[in-house]
Design a protein. Structure first.
Length: 405
């Protein structure tokens, strides 16, 4: 090889090496560009305080949360108060959501990850298969500040988890895409379990809680009943008529009115027609709850509506046999709690404008007739236990403590 040939070969090596180096830096730059997405926020410019409307939609239904004058409501439920805790949690997660995985997926594969835009898919063929859950957010001017589509939940294997539903893995993240902003499908580290189109989840759970009940009535027709007590901690008794009141039934009905929960709110249903039951509760705070209950046409739930009337007295009436120091102390305590009580009454009166769906189990203690509220006498020779009888297995004929022949 002469000098000229050597120089030509050296030049070719330099060219090839330069090209290889250029390709290397190009790949490195591309790697860095893709790698920069990992750990980056999905919505870096989002501020939770700017959100005044949140719309969630899938191929079949949608729900809209709207903020007016600082209060959130559910549009599809006649503006019923929304659960501020759920909304705050969702906004906080969106603000902090970071990319943990980024993948380039063709449009034809988006359906496998349930990432098809439900707005476009529903308009096209009305099918739910492959569509995701759309989350759109706007500010007070109506400007769109977020548009995301949530897809399948990403699961992680956890061999140490003994629960049956953990066989295929436990929720560890969520597939997501932001059309027009992110060209790649990303996975975030939170499954976003509260991104769902279930109105009951977004309704405020605060409900009326009738307490300090003085009298309570229920039943229908000949099975009507009314129980009452002279003082707040006195024993319940039938207000009139014969029969021995079952203490457990009375306590159960009383406690039920302080623990009511509902699954949904209706904007067009009415509690009327045959089969409507009326329950009236009068309290020591001069309040009266008139409740209407009716079985829904389909399913096991009941429709529930109430009207609250009356107002708390401005001063407390001392109970019988109270000592002077007790009268003074309790009067001061009542005065301190009066404002809170008045605010609660105003809130509960507002709640009365809606009709609620409740489970039969929740209302069971209030739906008893008079016979079910009465202690049933033991039959002669009945040694199987029950109210007023010996426990199961107690030797026949043997006397229990306190029993007389």
């Amino acid at each position: 090889m002469n000098r000229k040939q050597f120089l030509i070969m050296l030049a070719l090596v330099g060219v090839l090496g330069g090209a290889g180096l250029a390709m290397f830096w190009k790949d490195l730059a591309g790697y860095k560009e893709a790698g920069a997405k990992i750990g980056a926020k999905v919505l870096p410019d989002l501020k939770a305080a700017d959100a005044t409307e949140i719309r969630l939609k899938d191929a079949k239904s949608e729900i809209t949360l709207v903020s007016k004058n600082g209060s959130w409501g559910v549009k599809e439920r006649g503006g019923y108060p929304a659960d501020v805790g759920e909304i705050s949690e969702l906004l906080a997660k969106l603000v902090e959501a970071k990319v943990v995985q980024s993948e380039t997926v063709g449009d034809s594969l988006l359906g496998r990850l349930s990432l098809l835009d439900p707005a476009k898919a529903a308009a096209k063929d009305g099918k739910a298969e492959g569509t995701g859950t759309l989350l759109e957010m706007k500010d007070k001017t109506g400007k769109q500040i977020a548009y995301l589509i949530f897809g399948n939940v990403s699961k992680k294997k956890d061999p140490g988890n003994p629960l049956p539903n953990a066989v295929d893995g436990v929720p560890a993240g969520r597939y997501m895409i932001a059309p027009g902003k992110m060209q790649s499908v990303v996975v975030v580290s939170d499954p976003f379990a509260n991104v769902e189109i279930r109105p009951g989840r977004w309704l405020a759970k605060n409900f009326f809680k009738a307490d300090r009940i003085k009298s309570l009535s229920g039943g229908e027709g000949k099975e009507q009943w009314k129980i009452a007590r002279e003082l707040e901690y006195s024993q319940w008794k039938f207000a009139g008529g014969a029969g021995q009141l079952d203490p457990s039934a009375a306590v159960g009905a009383n406690n039920a009115l302080g623990q009511l929960t509902f699954s949904d709110v209706s904007t067009d249903a009415k509690v009327e027609g045959e089969g409507v039951r009326t329950i009236v509760a009068e309290t020591f705070d001069n309040l009266t709850y008139t409740i209407k209950i009716a079985k829904q046409k389909t399913g096991d739930d009941y429709l529930f509506n109430f009207v609250l009337s009356g107002a708390p007295p401005k001063t407390r009436t001392p109970e019988k046999d109270e000592k002077p120091d007790e009268v003074k102390r309790r009067a001061e305590e009542y005065e301190k709690s009066l404002k809170g009580l008045e605010a609660r009454v105003e809130f509960e009166k507002i709640l009365g404008q809606w009709v609620y769906a409740m489970s039969a189990k929740t209302l069971e203690p209030l739906l008893k007739d008079r016979a079910q509220m009465t202690v049933q006498p033991r039959k002669p020779g009945d040694d199987k236990g029950g109210p007023g009888g010996p426990p199961p297995g107690f030797p026949p004929g043997m006397m229990m403590p306190g029993m007389t022949r």
